[in-house]
Design a protein around this ligand. Structure first.
Ligand code: 0A1
Ligand code: ZN
Length: 876
């Protein structure tokens, strides 16, 4: 076992730091290969802790000198190993430590710490990147006031940005200049940032509700300023919304966002200086899709909302990551719901939760929302911490009601302001605000796995008695073989066969505000004197992150699809129906039978087409993905059978209702110029999903329309949707369109990413060679995370039949790339490796091939802690 992979950090071992840092002065002189950082730390012993040696974190640092109260410390007085610097004889009093380190930003391919992206200098410090800049107590419960002086050549880096407010700037001899930034809010080092570069700015301002004028700046690579307008607009809307929805007001005079093209994740909430993957900032109608606009809006909001939930109140330790992430995802979801269609946003979020988090929760990488231990914290920025974490907040709101929830939040935002808090402190605020006991609810944070709730309905026509039985069970997850019952809010409604909603009161059991709370393993609701069995609409709005097992009949589904007053469950009725057909189809295909197609389903879809909410209908028409179907099947999956089943259902629907789809496509033709608002985006989504089904069911009509749409589109949404449809159908039209697209956008990396992803996702045997060929494309680079994810990541995560090829060639390609990438950028390598997490659910032959590929990765030496951790857990 390698030393790194043996290191386990445990929540139970938490101890407060022996030393605290009051102020930090960073003086960074930017240079491509020799950046000098002078860090001046004012340390003091933690009065609550016994004194101890000062152990600072450091990672790949070159130390030039160390001084205590301005006196150089001889090398004999400290020790340095691969991850720490230990000062043995520290005085037991406050003192000043001056640390001078030398960095090589150009060689920093990990993109953690200080690095260069497209010639600009930038930093990424979460979770443990600050220790790659200087030796430090790099843990979130050490909070200091930072001042940053940045020095650079004026022509190389005319723009110099830091956290907080700019307090001074000026010229220096020989073409150099400097800027000093001061952040008055104490913060952990992971929120530190600096930027230096040649950047264009789009400026704006926002006046907070108490009258503070905030200068806003969005910095992008020069020449791309005209693509930053939507991000600025989203920022201003976020700032206003946070005041209205949560009473959170911004607290500095400036708020800057910098977009960089090399970034491991989506974006980062550094205090007053958010740094973004440019994919989530840059948008124009010609280059960005409606989905891109929605993502930009959500991520701008997410990072901004962190200013309160993350920065003002940070995490005591990294086990508490969901404290800031789950809560902030919940807040950004609510923001988007308010800005757009609430129902459609909920559907999109649940689709994402099921596809990402449920898959994680049912596989080898399952972990609690608040883990108990980790090897490598970078691997815990997961759908479980983020998305399931958000679902827990949503349940808390359902359980307490909107008013008490808001009171709990207000208490949290005042009581914990300025602290590094824990989940226990967060929950206590809701206990104190509501007077409720939340002990049982809190177990959601510690138990991994998705609860399965089985609902059984018994109706006795003779007595008119109707009983609903609820049973919950959570499957075992790694390290947690036995599970406890959770508190599960299940929103319910009842309908008659004609679609009329029924208001029913149970004679046994309780429903409050349309919610039944399942608290034990088994429970029951009983209703008396009903004329007929009602149709049960359960888990409305997806009121809990569970798998619901219920034998809804097709007839009941059809009533719900047409009449349920909860749009989420209208959509769910269609999804459930489709899933039943798709699963049965995959099993039939596997056994060499032709699947049965139920024409009533397509009829119901045709009927749904007549509705008013285009975005919602688009969601109803969009079938579960191949990965969703595989997850539902759960064992011995044959990805080819799944693909054929899904294709078969799309074809059958397209054949049966093609004329209606065609008419709809025509009727939704827009003459107005593109706007990214959610209503027109909904119409485009519907038009494009209709065209997709039409092209499969009636290719002689649909493909011609797709070609026409590809050529005439005035926006990327319609153009790319058409290209994606053409890409599903092999032949010259596809290759011509792909070639045309590449030429049209050859200088636009973000658009080329879409082109890479699209081709990597074609479910055909030739795709493997196509991906290999595309790796030689001049627009591709193994070093850039966006490029790598768009081609290799998309192939591994979104093309299940080709990644899981029966000959194992998909695994070979991806595992070789992971091994290669691990040397340069372990975080990105570990993320791509995540695609293997479903390997045990595959049929035996593929399972063996996947295992061999995983073992090959595991046998590499050296292997980063990131990849080593994931591969070990995946194989365990
Ligand atoms: N806190 C950020 C996510 C993030 C985490 C790690 C990073 O380093 C590579 C970058 C960003 C967020 O939730 O947006
Ligand atoms: Zn976040």
């Amino acid at each position: 076992m390698r030393p790194d992979s043996a290191r386990i950090i445990r929540l139970a071992d938490y101890t407060a730091p022996a030393w605290l840092i009051e102020t930090v002065h960073i003086d960074a002189t930017l240079d491509d290969t020799r950046t000098r950082v002078i860090a001046t730390l004012h340390l003091k012993p933690n009065p609550n802790m016994a004194s101890g040696p000062l152990v600072l974190d450091g990672d790949e640092l070159v130390l030039e000198s160390l001084a205590l109260d301005d006196v150089t410390i001889p090398t004999s007085a400290y020790t340095i190993d691969r991850r720490t610097l230990t000062l043995n004889n520290t005085p037991n009093r406050p003192f000043k430590l001056t640390v001078i380190t030398l960095l090589d930003p150009a060689a920093n391919t990990q993109l953690m710490g200080l690095y260069r992206s497209s010639g600009n200098y930038c930093t990424q410090c979460e979770a443990e990147g600050f220790r790659r800049i200087t030796f430090f107590l790099d843990r979130p419960d050490v909070m200091a006031v930072f001042t940053t002086r940045i020095v650079a050549k004026k022509d190389e880096a005319p723009v110099l940005l830091g956290n907080g407010n700019r307090v001074e700037a000026g010229d220096l001899p020989d073409g150099w200049h400097y800027a000093i930034w001061h952040d008055p809010h104490p913060k952990p080092a992971y929120l530190f940032a600096l930027v230096g570069g040649r950047l264009g700015k789009v400026g704006g301002s926002f006046t907070t509700r108490s009258g503070r004028k905030v200068e806003l700046g969005i910095y992008v690579e020069s020449g791309k300023e005209n693509r930053a307008g939507y991000a600025l607009d989203a920022l201003i809307r976020s700032m206003r919304w946070d005041e209205e929805a949560f009473g959170c007001e911004y607290d500095l005079d400036v708020f800057n966002i910098v977009a960089v093209s090399d970034f491991n994740m989506g974006a980062m909430e550094n205090k007053g200086l958010n740094i973004f993957n440019d994919k989530y900032v840059l948008a124009s109608p010609e280059t960005a899709t409606d989905a891109d606009y929605a993502n930009i809006e959500a991520i701008i909001a997410h990072e901004y909302f962190h200013n309160w939930t993350g920065n003002r109140i940070t995490c005591r330790d990294w086990f508490q990551l969901c404290l800031k992430e789950g809560l902030t995802v919940f807040r950004d979801q609510e923001f988007s719901a308010d800005q757009r269609s609430r129902a459609v946003k909920r559907i999109a979020d649940v689709r994402n939760l099921r596809s990402q988090q449920f898959t994680e929760d049912s596989g080898p990488l399952a972990h609690p929302v608040r883990p108990y231990e980790y090897h490598e914290i970078n691997n815990f920025y997961t759908p479980t911490v983020y998305e399931k974490g958000a679902e827990l907040i949503r349940m808390l709101k359902i359980l307490l009601g909107a008013e008490l929830f808001r009171q709990g939040m207000d208490l949290y935002l005042t009581r914990c302001d300025g602290t590094a808090a824990t989940i226990e402190e967060f929950i206590q605020c809701f206990v104190d605000a509501s007077g409720r006991d939340l002990t049982h609810f809190a177990k959601w944070y510690g138990q991994a796995g998705t609860p399965h709730v089985a609902i059984t309905e018994i109706f006795d026509p003779a007595s008119g008695q109707y009983r609903i039985g609820f049973t919950q069970m959570t499957p075992a997850t790694p390290g947690q073989p036995a599970k406890e019952a959770m508190v599960i809010p299940i929103a319910l409604a009842f309908f008659a066969k004609d679609g009329q909603e029924l208001k029913l009161k149970p004679s046994l059991g309780q429903i409050d505000n349309d919610v039944f709370v399942l608290e034990s393993e088994k429970s029951e609701l009983v209703f008396e004197a009903l004329k007929e069995k009602p149709i049960l609409s359960a888990l409305r709005g997806f009121s809990a992150p569970i798998v619901l097992q219920i034998d809804t009949t097709d007839e009941e589904r059809l009533v719900m699809l047409a009449h349920d007053t909860d749009p989420f469950n209208r959509w769910q009725a269609a999804q459930g129906y489709a899933m039943k057909l798709l699963k049965a189809g995959a099993i039939a295909k596997r056994e060499g039978r032709e699947p049965y197609f139920d024409s009533r389903f397509a009829d119901a879809l045709a009927h749904a087409l007549r509705g008013q909410d285009h975005a919602l209908i688009a969601q109803v028409l969009a079938l579960p993905s191949e990965n969703d179907i595989a997850r539902e099947i759960g064992a011995d999956v044959d990805p080819d059978a799944v693909r054929e089943s899904r294709l078969g259902l799309r074809k059958a629907i397209g054949e049966q209702i093609g004329h209606e789809l065609h008419a709809l496509w025509l009727s939704l033709t827009s003459t107005e110029s593109y706007r990214p608002d959610s209503k027109s985006a909904g119409s485009r989504a519907l038009r494009n999903v209709a065209l997709d089904l039409l092209a499969v069911g009636m290719p002689e009509i649909g493909l011609g329309l797709a070609e026409q749409q590809y050529r005439s589109a005035d926006n990327m949404t319609d153009r790319f949707a058409a290209l994606a449809i053409l890409a599903q159908h092999s032949g010259p039209a596809r290759e011509e369109a792909l070639t045309h697209f590449a030429h049209a956008f050859e200088t636009d990396p973000l658009v080329l990413d879409k082109w890479f992803s699209l081709q990597a996702s074609i479910p055909e045997a030739e795709t493997l060679d196509r991906v290999k060929r595309l790796m030689g494309h001049p627009g591709f680079s193994m070093k850039n995370p966006n490029r790598l994810r768009s081609l290799v990541g998309a192939f591994a995560a979104s093309n299940p039949s080709q990644f899981n090829r029966a000959d194992g060639a998909g695994y070979d390609l991806v595992s070789d790339i992971i091994i290669n990438t691990d040397r340069a950028n372990p975080q990105v390598a570990a993320r791509i490796l995540g695609a293997f997490k479903t390997w045990r659910t595959l049929e035996p032959k593929r399972r063996a091939l996947a295992e061999a590929a995983l073992r090959k990765i595991a046998d590499q030496d050296p292997l980063s802690p990131d990849v080593s951790d994931i591969v070990t857990r995946t194989l365990a």
